[in-house]
Design a binder for this molecule. Structure first.
Ligand code: TRP
Length: 379
C-alpha cells in the first residue's frame, strides 16, 4: 500500500490527513508539470493558458510530452475522464470537465466520459444501485454544462454501456492479479469481490477507441491525483494487450471549506463544499464560515499577513474565480502582505460564486436535450 508511514494517505476512495502534493509525486512516481513543459503547452494551446494550468492546479503528469509530440505529428489524441456518482456535483468535481472542455475547444479532440454507478454501489454500503444510477444521470447534466461539442462526446455509463465495456474489461482483468490489486489499492479480506474487479472497468475507455479504429489512438486522461493508482494498472496492461499507454494529467484536490482533506460529497460535511445546486444563501453561509489562512486578530494580520496556501477561500480564487492572472496575483499578494483581510476577501468572492452557479444552471438545462443521445448502448 502506498504512503505507509506518511502522515497522509491518498487512495481513489479516501483522502486522509494533510496531503503533501510534492511528496505524492515521489510516492506515485509521476512527473511535475514544470516551467519548460508549461512553455511547450503555450506553443500548442496558445498564450492564454487556462488558469488550471498557469496556476499549477494541473501539476503532475505521465507522458504528457509524448501526447504533444503525437498531436504535432498529426496523430491527435482523445480525452478520457469520468465520475463516480456518489452524490451531487460540487465545484471541484467540475475541474477535469472544465479542463476537457477547454482542450476540446482548442484542439478539436474527442472526449470519452465514464460514469461509474457500479463503482459507487460497490464501494458505498449505504447507496442502492438504483440511486447510484439516478445520480449518475443527474450528475451528467452538471458535468456537461461547461460546454462540449456534442458530436465529439461519448458517454460510457457503466450499467448501461456494459455490453461495449465488458469484453475489454475481461481482457484487462485476466492480466491483473489479486496481489497487484491489493498492493495498489490496499484491499483487505473484508473487501467485496466486486470492488476488486472494478478497476478493470476503469481501464477500458482508455483502450476502446484504439480497439474500435483498429490502430493506436493516443489517450490523455485528466483526473484528480487520487485516481492515479487505477491508471498505473491501466498502463501496465496496455502494451501486453496491444494498446498505447494512456498519458495522464493530474489536478490537485480542492481543499474542503472546513479546512480538512479534499472537498468530498461523501462525508456528511456538506458545509465543506459548494454544490452546483446551492442557493445564493448557501454560498453566502459556506464561504463566510470558510477556513482561511488568516491570523487570530486583525492587528496581527495587518502586521504579519496571512497564508494563502492553506486557505480554502484562496483555493477558490485560484481554481476559477479570479478571471485574470493580474487579479489572481493581486489577491495573493495582498493576502500575504496583510493588505487584504479575510472578511473583505470573502465578501468579494461570494457574488462571483453566486453568479457562476446561476449561469451554470442555465447551461445545465441546455445540455438536457442531447445528453441521452450520447450514451453508448442506450438505444
Ligand atoms: N473512479 C472515478 C471516481 O470515483 C470515476 C472515473 C472513472 C474517472 N473513470 C475515470 C475519473 C477517469 C477520472 C478519469 O470519481
Amino acid at each position: 500500500m502506498p504512503q505507509e508511514g506518511e502522515s497522509f494517505k491518498v487512495t481513489p476512495w479516501k483522502v486522509e490527513g494533510k496531503v503533501d502534493y510534492d511528496r505524492l509525486i515521489e510516492i506515485f512516481g509521476t512527473s511535475r508539470i514544470d516551467d519548460p513543459l508549461r512553455e511547450r503547452l503555450r506553443k500548442v494551446l496558445g498564450n492564454d493558458l487556462h488558469p488550471l494550468l498557469s496556476r499549477g492546479i494541473y501539476y503532475s503528469h505521465r507522458d504528457l510530452p509524448w501526447i504533444l509530440d503525437q498531436y504535432e505529428k498529426g496523430n491527435p489524441f482523445f480525452l478520457y475522464t469520468g465520475r463516480g456518482p456518489s452524490g451531487d456535483v460540487h465545484l471541484s468535481h467540475l475541474i477535469p470537465f472544465e479542463f476537457c472542455a477547454y482542450l476540446q475547444r482548442k484542439l478539436d479532440v474527442d472526449l470519452w466520459i465514464q460514469i461509474t454507478d457500479d463503482e459507487k454501489f460497490l464501494f458505498k454500503r449505504d447507496l442502492s444501485l438504483e440511486d447510484a444510477t439516478k445520480l449518475g444521470m443527474e450528475n451528467l447534466l452538471d458535468l456537461l454544462a461547461p460546454g462540449f461539442d456534442p458530436r465529439r462526446v461519448h458517454i460510457l455509463f457503466d450499467t448501461v454501456s456494459i455490453r461495449t465495456l465488458y469484453p475489454l474489461a475481461l481482457e484487462v482483468a485476466r492480466r491483473v492479479t489479486y496481489s497487484t490489486a491489493r498492493a495498489v489499492f490496499g484491499f483487505s479480506a473484508e473487501n467485496n469481490i466486486g470492488s476488486i474487479f472494478y478497476t478493470a472497468l476503469q481501464s477500458v475507455p482508455a483502450f476502446l477507441p484504439s480497439r474500435k479504429e483498429g490502430r493506436a489512438v493516443p489517450c490523455l486522461i485528466p483526473c484528480g491525483i487520487d485516481q492515479d493508482p487505477h491508471f498505473r494498472i491501466t498502463r501496465d496492461v496496455a502494451e501486453p494487450l496491444g494498446f498505447p499507454k494512456p498519458a495522464l494529467v493530474h489536478n490537485l484536490l480542492v481543499p474542503s471549506l472546513l479546512g480538512n482533506g479534499k472537498m468530498s460529497s461523501s462525508s456528511d460535511a456538506t458545509e465543506g463544499a459548494i454544490y452546483l445546486k446551492d442557493s445564493p444563501e448557501d454560498v453566502q453561509r459556506k464561504i463566510s464560515h470558510g477556513f482561511t489562512g488568516g491570523r487570530a486578530t486583525v492587528e496581527e494580520q495587518r502586521r504579519l499577513g496571512a497564508t494563502p496556501e492553506v486557505c480554502s477561500v484562496w483555493a477558490l480564487w485560484r481554481s476559477r474565480f479570479a478571471e485574470k492572472e493580474s487579479e489572481f496575483a493581486e489577491i495573493t499578494q495582498d493576502c500575504r502582505s496583510g493588505a487584504l483581510m479575510c472578511g473583505e476577501c470573502k465578501a468579494r468572492l461570494i457574488p462571483r460564486v453566486q453568479k457562476f452557479l446561476e449561469e451554470h444552471q442555465t447551461r445545465r438545462e441546455g445540455v438536457r436535450a442531447w445528453v441521452s443521445q450520447t450514451i453508448v448502448d442506450a438505444h
